[in-house]
Design a binder for this molecule. Structure first.
Ligand code: ADP
Ligand code: MG
Length: 352
């Protein structure tokens, strides 16, 4: 894998037309006592205005590191080796911590997994919303209460007035996630980043939260990055989707294109293991394990698990190539015969 020790990033800071967030060649490593972890090896991602973009991939592929890099919430062991994250004519990689403080929560809203843990247990819902509204919008107590009530109503919180006075422990997990979304929305951010917002919620609440999420993104005219390992959630919610594997983006396009005309064997394997046909009672999985990112492979990152790989895949890293209409894929074998059957496509047949 190519190593880079200097930060790239000179040049114009405008995002491409219709794009709210433009990530280019983002490389992040973690320095740990067991070695250097190459968490992101050159991610490119554009978030289109007024659209929901889903980010999928197995645990450990770099979804959360991507979100944290955008928000400058990476731990001190992380190092951004290269890349640009353009937002509103500025490069977020180059922002100072205090400049980022002014952007987070105001221009970029965040929603994380485990909403109960993300809320402060010592303060009521009203106080938590007040901190945000006072800090970023300079609202007084009275105006903040009015706005908070409207926000809770917007996220369809039953008994909103009463809920303002509730502490997190008095709320169900679904209600906590509504409060998180209300906080994410409080300053009408241009961009929302939601990292596994429905993981851990039961299916009914999950469906309600996703409906709400869609409604709010399209109503408020915001733009969203929806990170989840659950392809079903992305299929139902996102306009565009990116699939990550081993710290790289391997396929990107409209959700429809990725599902209907899947080009990467990894995406195909993920789809097979997420959705089974009506007559199919087998559990499908992708054989093998994700690569050790302390020693990323020198060729394609998916090569060891791929059924259609050839010699070239072992020695060179495939670039993301546009196939059509913004549908991009990083695979030397994209479109090769048999690729539609997806990787080594393991199944439980014969094992039971
Ligand atoms: N604080 C850290 N220290 C070392 N490695 C980390 C740290 N955080 C994440 N990583 C590594 O970075 C890679 C990407 O992690 P992450 O973005 O959290 O994955 P996910 O796609 O599940 O959100 C993984 O290999 C993970 O082990
Ligand atoms: Mg994660």
């Amino acid at each position: 894998m190519e190593k880079e020790t200097t930060r790239k990033g000179a040049g114009p800071l405008e995002t491409p037309q219709g794009v709210v967030l433009h990530i280019a060649d983002l490389r992040v490593v973690f320095h740990t006592y067991v070695g250097t972890v190459h968490a992101l090896s050159g991610i490119d991602l554009d978030l289109r205005e007024g659209k929901i973009t889903g980010l999928a991939g197995e645990t450990g592929c770099g979804k959360s590191v991507t979100a944290k890099a955008v928000m400058q919430l990476l731990p001190s062991t992380a190092e951004v080796l290269s890349g640009r994250i353009l937002f509103g004519g500025e490069d977020l990689v180059r922002k100072t911590p205090s400049e980022m403080d002014a952007i987070r929560g105001k221009r970029i809203g965040m929603i994380f997994q485990n909403p109960r843990a993300a809320l402060n247990p010592l303060f009521t819902v009203e106080e938590q919303l007040y901190f945000l509204l006072h800090r970023h919008e300079h609202l007084g107590r009275k105006e903040a209460r009015k706005r908070s009530l409207a926000l809770l109503e917007a996220v369809r919180m039953g008994g909103a007035k009463k809920r303002l006075r509730s502490y997190p422990f008095e709320l169900s997990t679904g209600m906590c996630q509504r409060v998180m979304i209300a906080m994410g929305l409080a300053c009408s951010p241009k961009l929302f980043i939601a990292d596994e917002p429905t993981t851990g919620l039961d299916v009914t609440v999950q469906a309600q939260v996703l409906e709400l999420f869609k409604h709010l993104v399209y109503e408020v005219g915001s733009t969203a990055l929806l990170i989840t390992h659950d392809l079903g959630v992305i299929a139902e919610t996102s306009d565009y989707m990116g699939v990550m594997y081993g710290g790289r983006m391997v396929e990107f396009g409209t959700t429809e294109d990725l599902i209907e005309h899947t080009l990467h064997p990894y995406t195909q394997g993920l789809l097979r293991s997420s959705f089974t046909g009506e007559d199919d009672d087998e559990l499908h999985y992708i054989p093998g394990v994700v690569p050790d990112l302390r020693r990323p492979p020198s060729g394609c990152v998916f090569e060891a698990r791929c059924a259609v790989c050839v010699e070239e895949c072992r020695v060179s890293v495939p670039d993301m190539i546009e196939v059509e209409n913004g549908h991009r894929v990083a695979c030397f074998q994209a479109g090769a015969a048999g690729i539609a059957d997806g990787g080594k496509a393991g199944s439980t047949r014969g094992e039971r």
